[in-house]
Design a protein around this ligand. Structure first.
Ligand SMILES: [Zn+2]
Length: 430
């Protein structure tokens, strides 16, 4: 039995045996679980887009009734190694941050925090390789009717429901459009400005210096500065049993198409064809300017073979508030008022770039060894080697009670660097 299980047993003596839970889930999910159908299409310009489709993951290995699916897009920049590294390691890093032996509801509740830990761990591991590329990540976990999306950068995930309401499940971390992120980057020691050429003329989008990146969050980017953080915006929603369609795509699509147009261009068509049509539509309107990758995922009621074609209704008046242009995504705390229209239940949304706010107050102890487990990398260390996420520089475990989760020394160092508390490696400012 793991230390987490022991802790749980102590704190909650009335646990339902796992076998009972599985049996209960088997019976109810057979009736209630949606069918997932998906399609993918891509056109390469630079060859830096990668994607991940894993439709057959299991919360409890060997138990098909605990299945969930993962879909992700990684849009690399300055090379492909960060995109490939994230594609190969992120899912495992997220799953390893979820406690063992918990039921489905607890698992879904633990997922947003595990996504944060997994993104940060992947970033630390990649940076340790000493390579310089970076990548956006839009990472989608579908379990039953519950969709959890974690994202850094500007690849988007939109949700098209059966009542023609399109909503954005991600936030664009582009300096040009995200004032909150500009303020954070500046406060952490970065400079935000445009390229300065031809005797003082400013050109192009807002970038941060050093490095010149247009994004404020990514995985990788070792040479850019630690204020470009890997802490994802996370949103979790529960669809009604009418289902819905997700369109996950890199900015090659979204620079050409609004969320509305992308959704409309493929409504009523099976996912595989839909993905191809969205890419074709983007190409038609803008030409091939960038890598363009699109995943379409249909979450379909069990008794329907495909999502029924939806007649084009008049736009819901709320929809203009919910999605639309990039410029309307002003900040991390922007709430999409999905629940208002009664289609989708909002379970969770958080976009703070402060690690302490994202990891919660709990920490776990390995009861066999007396070691504390790092909330980010899950390594067990003695309390002397790490610090609470909230502690000051002279924190002493014996003189002050623990506050917040435990971080090992290297994850603690990463946290301080992201918050501008330690000087980041400066490079040429172009
Ligand atoms: Zn750690």
């Amino acid at each position: 039995m793991s230390s987490r299980e022991v802790l749980r047993m102590k704190s909650r003596p009335t646990l339902v045996p796992l076998g009972t839970l599985i049996g209960r889930e088997l019976r109810s999910e057979k009736l209630e679980k949606p069918t997932i159908k998906y399609g993918q299409a891509a056109l390469a310009k630079k060859g830096e887009d990668y994607f991940l489709i894993k439709a057959d993951c299991q919360r409890v290995p060997g138990n098909p009734s605990t299945s969930f699916s993962v879909f992700a897009i990684f849009d690399g920049h300055n090379g492909i190694s960060a995109a490939i590294f994230a594609k190969e390691n992120l899912l495992n890093n997220v799953l390893s941050a979820i406690p063992q032996g918990i039921d489905r509801e607890e698992w879904l509740q633990a997922l947003p925090r595990a996504l944060v830990a997994g993104f940060v761990k992947t970033d630390i591991e990649f940076q340790q390789k000493g390579e310089t590329s970076g990548t956006t990540v839009t990472f989608v976990v579908i379990d039953g009717w519950t969709v959890t999306v974690a994202s850094v950068g500007d690849s988007r995930c939109i949700l098209d429901t059966q009542v023609c309401v399109v909503s954005l499940l991600t936030v664009d971390h582009r300096l040009e459009e995200n004032e909150e992120e500009r303020e954070r980057v500046t406060a952490s020691g970065g400079e935000v400005g445009r390229l300065n050429i031809f005797g003082g003329h400013e050109v192009g989008p807002l970038r941060c210096w050093p490095g010149g990146l247009c994004l404020s969050r990514s995985i990788g980017d070792t040479d850019v500065g630690e204020f470009i953080v890997p802490i994802p915006h996370v949103k979790q929603v529960k669809l009604s049993n009418a289902g819905g369609r997700l369109i996950i795509a890199s900015d090659g699509i979204w620079d050409a198409l609004s969320s509305d147009i992308a959704a409309q261009s493929c409504r009523g068509l099976p996912a595989e064809l839909a993905a191809k049509l969205v890419v074709k539509e983007a190409l038609r309107s803008r030409g091939l300017k960038d890598d363009t990758t699109c995943l379409v995922v249909d979450i379909i009621p069990f008794d329907h073979p495909v999502l029924p074609p939806t007649p084009r209704k008049k736009q819901h008046p709320l929809s203009s508030l919910i999605f639309g242009k990039r410029s309307q995504n002003s900040g991390n705390k922007t709430k999409n008022k999905l629940s208002v229209v009664g289609v989708v239940e909002e379970l969770f949304e958080e976009g703070s770039a402060m690690l302490a706010e994202r990891l919660g107050k709990n920490f776990s102890l390995n009861s066999n060894s007396g070691l504390l487990r790092c909330a980010v990398c899950q390594a067990d260390q003695s309390p002397i080697d790490g610090l609470s996420v909230n502690s000051g520089p002279y924190f002493s475990p014996s003189s002050k009670p623990w506050e917040g989760p435990f971080l090992c020394a290297s994850c603690r160092k990463k946290k301080d660097a992201m918050e501008g508390k330690t000087p980041s490696r400066r490079t040429m400012t172009a």
